[in-house]
Design a protein around this ligand. Structure first.
Ligand code: URA
Length: 274
């Protein structure tokens, strides 16, 4: 190879990281897949269609695929925790009880996405990515959350129908839920809303209060091998899938609201979330 000339040595290195590499690092797919996404015009950088070979600044540029932001900034961490009962989801507790932050690394500082009750067990995401936190917790994105509930008594077909179609709570009727009976006194319930103590209140409303409630899935993320009290980092594909689910969720919710408005049964939209 010919030695570099003075002129070549003086030219500044290209700025930023190659877009395909940044996308692949964020778990969107292999470099080859990311090349194809860029070539087919599905990738934007700061709202403008990306071109092959483009370089980006992952700290500042907003990279999206099909309109869904991809978390490319360095320093973002994502933990999946299996919260045991008897732990609060807030960052600090005036009563000095154990919090979810006591169960994950202290640095970098993360916060829980949404909330599980003190007595509720199961999966919760903790992150320092405010955009993902907003998307997962906000009801407008309607990400599915699945629970396993052990209940008092044996719910009958009428109870299951009520839970599926929506029950009247003091803050309004719940949106349709998926409900399956996995044992005489155990239900699998999938909700897309995030009201305070929603699943417990739904079960109380049909006369079968929860004895035990466990969240087993958040959108596309589940993990039956994660023991109570343990956490693991989310894989980059899981983070990408959560972003995608939140975009899909808002589309599905818009459809549901339109259909419900048509039928005159619009479920109540509430703020805050879990
Ligand atoms: N619904 C509840 O009732 N409690 C939770 O912690 C989560 C969902």
């Amino acid at each position: 190879m010919a030695p570099a000339t003075d002129h070549q040595a003086a030219s500044p290195p290209p700025e930023g990281d190659r877009l395909q590499k940044v996308l692949a690092r964020a778990g969107v797919g292999s470099r080859r897949v990311c090349d194809d996404l860029v070539a087919s015009g599905r990738v934007t950088v700061n709202g403008a269609r990306a071109v092959a070979g483009q370089r980006v600044d992952p700290r500042h540029d907003l990279v999206s695929v099909d309109g869904v932001p991809v978390p490319v900034a360095p320093g973002l961490v994502y933990y999946l925790l299996n919260k045991p009962a008897g732990v609060v989801t807030t960052a600090s507790d005036p009563a000095n009880r154990r919090t979810v932050l006591d169960l994950v690394p202290a640095a970098p500082r993360v916060f829980p996405v949404g909330r599980l009750d003190y007595d509720t067990e199961g999966l919760i995401v903790l992150t320092n990515d405010g955009e993902l936190a907003h998307r997962l917790a906000h009801p407008s994105h309607g990400v599915a959350k699945e629970y396993l509930a052990e209940v008092e008594g044996t719910p009958g077909p009428g109870d299951l129908r009520r839970l599926r179609e929506g029950v009247e709570l003091d803050d309004g009727r719940t949106a349709p839920a998926e409900v399956g009976q996995v044992a005489p006194c155990a239900l699998r319930i999938v909700v897309h809303e995030g009201r305070n103590r929603q699943v417990r209140r739904m079960l109380e409303a049909v006369g079968h209060p929860a004895r035990r409630l466990v969240r087993t899935r958040i959108g596309p993320v589940s993990d039956t091998s994660l023991r109570p009290g343990r956490w693991r980092p989310l894989r980059s594909e899981e983070v990408a899938a959560l972003y995608a689910a939140s975009a899909q969720g808002s589309e599905t919710l818009r459809h549901r609201l339109r259909a419900a408005a048509h039928a005159g049964t619009a479920p109540r939209r509430t703020g805050g979330g879990r």
